[in-house]
Design a protein around this ligand. Structure first.
Ligand code: SAM
Length: 281
């Protein structure tokens, strides 16, 4: 039987990925993963016939993808801040909009000589790793309630040699009593319990504890804001990611908690995605 060429299998995969919003990119990523090759190899070898075992594996992965499993979970890999991160279904797949949070933290960190940073809910460790790379002299504490997530974060910290990040199992601020930071940041769960977006096939595969936070989605943000002042140095910043339509509510929660200089920053889609406030001097 004549074997399919790589180019033909790519074409078939991308036409078959009917539930994907980016079928060409997904097909490319799945092929690279199964063949364990890089972009350059794939481009140079489009006419190469594909081994039937590899073809069968790709067809199976296309089926999984069509049932809603994110490509990142199928390939155990996701890029964030140009770093390759190990991910699985125990952690949220890091999103591009979270790079807006990293940028906001980096901008505020400039005013501190040797910043101490607390990241709450680190998941795969994406934010902490980006910050560690950009501010190697910072002292970073990254927490999560989920032990499974912390195990993934540990793998990623090791992979990227982030010696200045300490991981800690904690329910938000538990166990941090008495400590003070120049910056506290978080991309907490912020989807409302009954939000219809939760029905999206991809979200079905991500941990609910990373997505949902109470009736209006703001329980975690309310708790983090109300407790943060006690853990910030005077003049220290709280930086929070939230949904595209929550900026006004999050700013109001911060203002009510007596934060100053409260404002929001936009993501690449022009949505107010991150809100910041400073503890008064
Ligand atoms: C939206 S995910 C963010 C993950 C990662 N920081 C990122 O941006 O990709 C929220 C994270 O908060 C963690 N989390 C949920 N409730 C928590 C709690 N009470 N205390 C600490 N972490 C919590 C979840 O396990 C999850 O890893």
């Amino acid at each position: 039987m004549q074997r399919l060429k790589i180019r033909e299998l790519l074409h078939w995969s991308s036409r078959s990925l009917v539930n994907s919003s980016s079928p060409d990119i997904d097909a490319w990523a799945l092929l690279k993963f199964v063949l364990q090759v890089d972009d350059a190899w794939l481009i140079a070898n489009e006419q190469t016939p594909i081994d039937p075992q590899h073809e069968a594996r790709i067809r199976k992965l296309v089926d999984f993808r069509n049932s809603g499993v994110p490509v990142a979970y199928l390939t155990n890999s996701r890029q964030f801040w140009s770093k390759d991160l190990h991910v699985n279904s125990r952690v949220l797949v890091p999103r591009p909009e979270t790079e807006t949070l990293v940028e906001a933290v980096l901008n505020t960190a400039r005013s501190f000589l040797s910043p101490t940073i607390l990241e709450l809910g680190t998941g795969s460790g994406a934010i902490a790793i980006a910050l560690s790379t950009e501010i190697p002299h910072a002292e970073i504490t990254a927490t999560d309630l989920s032990r499974d997530a912390l195990a993934i974060a540990k793998i990623n910290l090791g992979r990227h040699n982030c010696a200045n990040v300490k991981l800690m199992e904690a329910d938000w601020f538990s166990g941090l009593e008495g400590r003070k930071f120049h910056l506290i940041c978080s991309n907490p769960p912020y989807i409302a319990r009954n939000d219809p977006h939760l029905e999206a096939p991809e979200l079905q595969h991500e941990p609910e504890s990373a997505l949902v936070s109470g009736e209006d989605g703001l329980d975690a943000i309310r708790q983090i804001v109300s407790e943060s002042s006690g853990y910030l140095h005077p003049g220290g910043w709280l930086v929070l990611e939230h949904a595209y339509d929550q900026a006004m509510q999050v700013q109001s929660i911060m203002n009510n908690a007596r934060f100053v200089d409260v404002h929001s920053e936009k993501d690449l889609m022009d949505h107010d995605r991150v809100s910041l406030g400073r503890r008064p001097e």
